[in-house]
Write a protein that binds this ligand. Sequence first.
Ligand SMILES: Cc1ncc(COP(=O)(O)O)c(C=O)c1O
Length: 406
Amino acid sequence: MRFHYKCSDCGREFYTEGLMYQCPECSKENDGTHFPKGNLSVILEEDVLKRAAEKEHVTPDDFYPYPSTDKDSYPIGITPLMRPRRIQEKTGLGNLSFKLDSQLISGSFKDRASYEVALQAKALGEKKIVLASTGNAGAAASAVGAAMGLDIILFVPASAPINKLMQSVLYGAHVVPVKGSYDDAFALSIEYTKMHGGINRNTAYNPMTIEGKKSISIELFEQMGRKAPDAVYVPVGDGCIIGGVAKGFEDLYKAGLIDKLPRLIACQSTASDAISRAINNNDYRAINATTRADSISVDLPANGRMAAKAVITSKGWAVTVSDEEILESQLTLTRLAGVLAEPAAACAYAALEKDKDHLILELGKDAEVVVLITGSGFKDMKAFDGRASIPEAIENSIDAIKELDF
Ligand SMILES: Cc1ncc(COP(=O)(O)O)c(C=O)c1O
């Protein structure tokens, strides 16, 4: 066996490599008012970790639960690790990096989870993947589905940015826009799977999403010279990305490849701060999220418990920023780093900017700090409405350029 499952709440273990979503006992308590219980962790068997530890260089394939049989048809990473010099100067953080997951094939971090669930489908002989998404996970699953020959059924809030919806349509998914929130789409997709079958890829509900997302930590480990950074700033909605980042470093730690875990900093909008409330006030209740950063707008975070636990265990913390600060930081990223990030992705940088004095106090100005840029701004150019515009066309004449004052 390569892996088994363990309930992240009660600790029960399940010795199967088949399809499992949640702990059958703990999930009975879930009623939609509090963060769900019973999410499963994947435990890699010791010989898998031992084999990885013996290698000169590791790749995510060494740590995936299901064998990476189709990596050439949908390559994941390695995404660039950028040293943004002008932002380093602005923040006073000389060892700041940006991990540009906006450069994955579908334009967001979500390719990582979708690839691992596609491997799960291949291993289990399934053709159909069902999911709910705020937009990016749907586009990612649809792209992977196209490349690997899987049918994708996608439930999304009808209000999702048009480019994300259009991407999924173009990749050939069955797109079902829902007149409701992301949380409504999430519930409907689970009912659909019960009725019509297929593998449900909902974030954190399917433990393989975390296993796919952990690949970023394996990449970071190699890119940073076989060590972990000191802190990672992660934009957080459902808490699955940050849970995946934590899991990647935990696996590296268990393999004996690193001797400390990085601080994990959960970055949220004040208008969607459920996980920050859990970290700061031990409050695990659903909220009413209203942020413009659509990808991190979540009422009931699907991985809320594991995410809060991961941040606390890492001795990290939560930072919340206003939507205005998020939108402003999008412009800072474009103008000082050449990075076009969607609002959710810019949230991590906005949080770093707000938190930098505290960070320097905790870890010093030479700390190796990584900000995850999780999604491309090309997916949502409407977010720039009213803040940037294309200048009026000039006449096609020499006189017209004489008047230009730049
Ligand atoms: C671009 C981007 N950043 C951050 C997130 C937040 O990830 P999570 O919901 O796993 O916390 C998402 C989720 O959709 C996303 O698409």
